[in-house]
Design a protein around this ligand. Structure first.
Ligand code: GLY
Length: 429
């Protein structure tokens, strides 16, 4: 069997690494990949499905796993389903209609409301409704949560205590094109003060396998301060999930989601990410993603003892019920190494040096590429993901932070507190 991973981030590198272990080095390709996967990468534009088709057919690919949301939102799964030379291939990722759970926050919130999935109260507005949005804002108390309805690469959520900043954000989304089309519609929602967790399932829209949970750290600054990013670190397992809470997540969130998909006759082949906030031991759903999380995948994949390839095949073959996931109980802690300036403007093409001493952590690449001299250089905001592991979260953290000392590029930035909140957590949240 030959597989192709679609994407260029750390999530895709982690999936690539695991599938390569399972299928053999020469049976897995990636497009467009990055500096860490360059040997097996084929250049492409992810939204040019003709190019992806050519790669699949020329390389006799059987299994295709789509990592990022944008091609899914643009209909890559539909393209595969509708093309007679591709529709026998095993494509993992949902259709455009199902991808609306992520590509339209308005659709997602209405879906949650319709199927009584616990979530923050909300209202949605389009760019002709600035006044109405303001009236709704006035009815709320701070903090104010403004979300762009469309895909915004982690930059679509603003939480502020200042109502003027909230108004200004809406004005920027509606009138100053801050996020393009993604911001022309917004959701304003009630703020829930709790602790966030990420849950994942692999599903065919009916049956599902629950994957290990994780926590990610979205803010650029220590203590969860500053701008939102694509993710500055992650941890799995967390000490957030006890059995009663897990049961509630399953019965109040996962089951109604699958019921809703069936009720609305929306087919789903792939992974659903549930962004959950826990308050007073009750889970609330903040958002859906229709793919695995980044950087959560970087800590979830190394925990798999069972085959990830088999999991993907089970989605397609409708035998997820028979897949018994086994995971190791080691703690994994991922630290994102970012370019100076990220998530705003940052410089690229900084040479990455990884000292020759032994590194114990997993290293997954994100924004890296090979330059014309064969050096690995920075090419994005989130550059590398260093994943330490051990019998305790502390041991996993220590491994990652110790290994980071052996890595250098100009302007390297990372948070020093990934996982600290979980170490300090009291039982009540
Ligand atoms: N970690 C959140 C995301 O993948 O969007």
């Amino acid at each position: 069997m030959k597989a192709l991973i679609i994407g260029s981030g750390g999530r895709e590198h982690a999936i690539f690494y695991k599938i390569q272990q399972e299928l053999g080095e020469n049976n897995v390709l990636i497009t467009p990949g990055n500096g860490g996967t360059a040997k097996y990468a084929i250049k492409s534009d992810l939204n040019n499905f003709e190019q992806i088709k050519k790669i699949v057919l020329e390389n006799n690919i059987d299994l295709i796993i789509c990592g990022p949301e944008q091609p899914l939102a643009n209909g890559i799964a539909d393209y595969f389903n509708n093309d007679t030379s591709l529709n026998k291939k095993i494509f993992i990722g949902p259709t455009q209609q199902a991808a609306k759970l992520e590509s339209s926050k308005t659709f997602a919130k209405k879906f949650m409301q319709k199927y009584q999935i616990p979530t923050a109260n909300f209202a949605n507005f389009n760019h002709t409704q600035f006044e109405e949005a303001n009236i709704f804002l006035n009815s709320l108390t701070a903090p104010y949560v403004i979300k762009a309805s469309g895909l915004a690469a982690g930059k679509g959520v603003v939480i502020t205590n200042d109502i003027n900043e909230a108004r200004e954000t809406i004005s920027q989304f509606f009138y100053q094109n801050a996020l393009g089309e993604a911001g022309k519609e917004i959701v304003i929602e009630e703020f829930i003060d709790g602790i966030e967790m990420s849950a994942f399932i692999a599903t065919n829209g009916k049956d599902y396998v629950l994957l290990p949970e994780a926590k990610d750290y979205k803010k650029i600054g220590e203590g969860d301060t500053g701008l939102n990013t694509g993710g500055m670190g992650s941890v799995s397992p967390t000490n957030l999930l006890n059995e009663p809470l897990k049961d509630k997540i399953i019965s109040k969130i996962i089951h109604p989601t699958l019921f809703g998909l069936q009720d609305m006759k929306i087919s789903f082949n792939g992974f659903i990410f549930f962004g959950i906030i826990i308050k007073n031991n009750e889970p609330y759903l903040l958002e859906y993603n229709v793919r695995l999380g980044d950087p959560e995948t970087q800590v979830v994949i190394p925990r798999f003892k069972t085959s990830f390839t088999e999991l993907c095949l089970s989605i397609k073959n409708e035998n997820l019920n028979k897949y018994k996931i086994e995971t190791n109980q080691l703690y994994h802690c991922c630290i994102t190494l970012a370019s100076k300036g990220y998530p705003n403007n940052y410089e690229k093409n900084k040479i990455i040096e990884i000292k020759n001493e032994k590194i114990d952590s997993f290293i997954f690449h994100g924004g890296t590429q090979l330059d014309s001299h064969g050096n690995i250089v920075t090419s994005g905001g989130r550059v590398l993901y260093i994943v330490g592991y051990g019998d305790s979260l502390r041991a996993a953290q220590l491994m990652a932070y110790n290994d980071i000392k052996k890595i250098h590029f100009d302007g390297i930035y990372y948070r020093k507190d990934i996982g600290d909140d979980l170490l300090n957590l009291k039982n009540n949240f």
